[in-house]
Design a protein around this ligand. Structure first.
Ligand SMILES: [Mg+2]
Length: 402
């Protein structure tokens, strides 16, 4: 007899405001849009997840797992990702796997990290994720090196972050190197990362390796596109290279190992296919001698809980986890926001499953904001709007930019 039988997959998009529009090499985010997923079981349990796949796709794909048990995560993954060779979408598979882990945790009345093999530490470290920003009604623009250094120092002071990541690829590389130097001068004790989202050509990146080494980096993230380009840059520097762009699924790993293109793979519980798949990635990184970090894709509270519960079960996740979360001004979960309380750390929320529940009033409010169409968002398929950056009419990203 099957238990925890999946009866319904429900999904809807929400859009949440952020402090100010944040800039990257592909344009700007003016708000964060995510799809919230609820998987309902025959036992009356509801498993929660969030993802960047559209609600329509999650519900359509979710139809093929009805009647399976939430315990059958391997079968569920197969049904979604191996339906046909062009139809796999890890963002959908990840959300369904997350919801199933939440269901199992709730059914057993245990936290999700126990379902995932058990916690080896009690928290994950988070990094301050610094973006150049346009001004908003409440926050000043962050444009110059000094602006950014002050912004980083403010985040370090508020949340206790020990690592600062600069999202680059927005301005001329010389300006961004100057920005990194300004952060280093103001915050000599923090670990520093820079991520231009592959906006630099290989020759440009190689010309920057000297100044970057002098500033001192924990790692350099995706300076250029593609595994061959990364391998070329990596051969010229002792700065470790990390990626969430050229090694993004299991099929990419053999080529990356053969070419020697990366030192650190930034896992992501979404595009690697779910928390259990992230654990599989951790095992592969371990045997391949590759470091592991964790990438952020504008998560709300459910996502932060997933990252914390998953992260504490992975021994080699010693690098601070990226999180956009501090840019948000609100959340859809009930109770306190999942932000560090001055020590840069996030403990998995206690309680069964992911340990979070939705605040339905806020969900209603932010579904309305999404449906109003006020914000364009490039991260959710089907949403369209005013292009990559409405503050620069007619501008479109060209890669590499420099
Ligand atoms: Mg990145």
């Amino acid at each position: 007899m099957k238990k925890l039988v999946i009866e319904r997959v429900e999904a809807f998009e929400v859009t949440l405001p952020i402090e100010a529009p944040i800039r990257h090499s592909y344009g700007v985010h003016e708000a964060f849009t995510r799809t919230i997923v609820k998987v309902h079981t025959s036992d009356g349990l509801v498993g929660l997840a969030e993802t960047a796949a559209s609600a329509e796709e999650v519900e359509r794909s979710g139809a093929v797992i009805l009647g399976l048990s939430a315990l059958e995560t391997g079968v569920i993954r197969m049904r979604i990702t191996e339906r046909f060779y062009w139809s796999k979408n890890p963002l959908v598979a990840a959300a369904l796997e997350m919801a199933c882990v939440d269901i199992v945790g709730k059914a057993l009345d245990v936290p999700a990290h126990q379902v995932l093999g058990g916690a080896v530490r009690d928290h994950i470290d988070l990094a301050a994720y610094c973006f150049y920003r346009y001004e908003s009604a409440t926050h000043a623009a962050v444009t110059t090196p000094d602006d950014m250094a002050r912004h980083a120092a403010d985040l370090v002071q508020r949340y206790g972050f020990g690592t600062v990541k600069l999202k680059a690829g927005v301005f001329e590389p010389a300006v961004e190197i100057e920005t990194l130097r300004a952060i280093r001068d103001l915050l000599p004790g923090v670990k520093l990362r820079i991520d231009p989202n592959a906006a630099w050509a290989p020759a440009t990146a190689m010309g920057l390796l000297g100044p970057l080494a002098e500033i001192g980096l924990e790692y350099l993230e995706d300076p250029v596109a593609g595994q061959a380009g990364m391998a070329e840059v990596r051969s010229k520097t002792s700065i470790p290279l990390s990626t969430n762009m050229c090694v993004v699924n299991f099929e990419d790993i053999p080529g990356a190992m053969a070419l020697g293109s990366v030192d650190v793979i930034l896992s992501d519980p979404w595009y690697w296919g779910g928390p259990l798949q992230t654990k599989t990635l951790a095992d592969i990184c371990k045997v391949q001698g590759i470091g592991m970090g964790m990438h952020s894709g504008i998560e709300l509270g459910i996502g932060m809980a997933v990252m914390a519960h998953t992260g504490v079960t992975i021994p080699q996740l010693t690098l601070a986890v990226d999180a956009h979360h501090h840019h948000l001004t609100d959340d859809v979960i009930a109770g306190p926001r999942l932000l560090p309380a001055g020590d840069g750390r996030l403990a998995p929320p206690p309680g069964p499953g992911w340990g979070v529940e939705l605040d339905e009033e806020k969900v209603g409010q932010y579904r309305e904001l999404h449906d109003s169409g006020q914000f364009a968002n490039l991260y959710v398929a089907g949403d369209s709007g005013n292009g990559a950056d409405r503050f620069r009419p007619g501008w479109n990203p060209v890669m590499p930019s420099w």
